[in-house]
Write a protein that binds this ligand. Sequence first.
Ligand SMILES: Cc1ncc(COP(=O)(O)O)c(C=O)c1O
Length: 370
Amino acid sequence: MIELPGWPISDARETALLQEVLASPQWGGFNPLVAKFEEAFAAYQGAAFGVSAVNGTVTLEMMLAGAGIGPGDEVIVPAISFVSTASAVTRVGAVPVFVDIEPYSFNMCPEAVWAAIGPATKAVMAVHFGGSMAEVDSLMAICEKRGLLFLEDAAHTQGSEWKGKRAGSFGLASSFSFQNGKVMTAGEGGIVLTSDEALAARMRSFANQGRRPGYSSFHHFEAGNNYRLSALHAAVLTAQLERLDGQIALRTANWAVFQEEYGTASGITWQQIPKAVNRNSWYLVLGRMANGGRDGFCSRVQAAGIPCTPFYPHPLYGNPMYASGDSPCRVMPCPNTEAYIGDAFWIGFRALMGDDATTRAVARAVVAAI
Ligand SMILES: Cc1ncc(COP(=O)(O)O)c(C=O)c1O
């Protein structure tokens, strides 16, 4: 069994910041540490404003609702993602339109997006799957041409870059998750980024019981909610952000080591990462294995102590809520997606967090499991 580093990782920095919060009279979202973290993370990703919340699912809802998306609207999303990408669209009363992903990038296919646009289409929401990024140039060009909003579900891409510009700074707004398995975590948490000040204000008001700056805390301008991130979470995330660059550098270096050790072994087609992606968070190592060997391969990799998952059991539209017709959706032809369901897998980023010898052992175990 290969001993990989554990996750999440914390050290004295988290402890010190948590102690700072615990010694203060405000452990909740009104502690200045929360606003400070929002500013720091927004600046890190290249956006003007950050509105944090309790998780990366409600931040998707805040983003969609804040952008004015609701009943009567359609939002084009990739057919492959975690359920929140689609369920958030459903929860704001709009209809998700599922489109195919490209053959090897694991990301939304721009031609498929173009073909899916209908009279009710209001937005395209890309997911940057696994840490690499969707074809933002093409997707934004389509949105511009057809007058659609471009939104990013950037839950996987803290620190990723497309031509030197960070994920989450391309569309009108973007949503990130800080759930326990993400590359930056406080156990739970999320944030929406935008450079649109009015949108940021709407989302903040909604996440803070419909309050507005300049009024008493008992003036509520809409039926909002309490989605505020606590200061305890912000303390942990502050420390996690400080460590992120080093961890991305480690994973990037280890991916090169992995490839070197993997050598010319055949059987797996690894995720095709566009040249424009000059920095990858390496949230997931993604691959496809032809000839029906995927499940046995994943079991053998797991047996070696490496976290390996045989992909989602169905496309998003295969979830009972959509397949039953209970939640309306529109499904475009998705031949690539259907093929991925049978042959794709992911390896968790812990596999790229060890030292050189560990990374080589991981690569050898992967080769042996093919
Ligand atoms: C692509 C994507 N979007 C949204 C989410 C939801 O984030 P959270 O778990 O913080 O609600 C996740 C998941 O974990 C995700 O992978």
